[in-house]
Design a protein. Structure first.
Length: 178
């Protein structure tokens, strides 16, 4: 049965959080702050935090910097996954992927369907792997971040989750997490 095996060791992941927005500031970034509070509250390490404008080059440059940083194992972005002209997060990040994680979008939409109904169709949430770094991109609302963290990422990032978790794919934890 899937779930957390409390008899196993918890290994914290090093996670960077990026808010993608033309209008949010440190003071108004409720979504990024929500993710930071959740990940540190779960015992993970905040490796980095940035607010980046809705610009393909700016987004891609920050993500690439984190991919190249051995102290960043996971990147979570919030914002820019909708259908307005300024929503360019998928276009900025997906070309960096060596592998897509199609299942994340499916599971996120299933979780979101339970909270916002068919409005989940307006999200282009996605995930994938660039080098050894896993990247998860979710919508910019705090509610979407809550759905993503509480219903999907919290379990996926917990090394004790069975039958498996993304922690076992992080190079530092190969062999420690089955």
């Amino acid at each position: 049965m899937a779930g957390i095996d409390e008899t196993l060791t918890f290994y914290p992941l090093k996670i960077a959080v990026m808010t993608i927005s033309d209008t949010r500031t440190e003071e108004t970034d409720t979504s990024g702050q929500f993710l930071i509070e959740r990940l540190t509250g779960a015992g993970h390490q905040l490796a980095a935090h940035a607010i980046v404008t809705d610009d393909i080059a700016a987004i891609r440059a920050q993500v690439q910097q984190w991919i190249d940083d051995p102290d960043v194992e996971i990147i979570v972005t919030t914002g820019g996954t909708g259908f307005t002209e300024r929503d360019v997060t998928p276009e900025a990040i997906k070309p960096l992927f060596g592998r897509d994680m199609d299942g994340f979008s499916v599971v996120f939409h299933q979780a979101s369907l339970g909270t916002i109904g068919v409005s989940t169709l307006q999200s282009r949430a996605f995930a994938g792997q660039a080098g050894d770094t896993f990247i998860f991109s979710v919508p910019g609302s705090t509610g979407a971040c809550r759905d993503a963290w509480d219903l999907v990422l919290n379990m996926e990032f917990d090394s004790r989750h069975r039958p498996c978790s993304i922690a076992g794919m992080v190079p530092r934890l190969h062999g420690l997490c089955a």
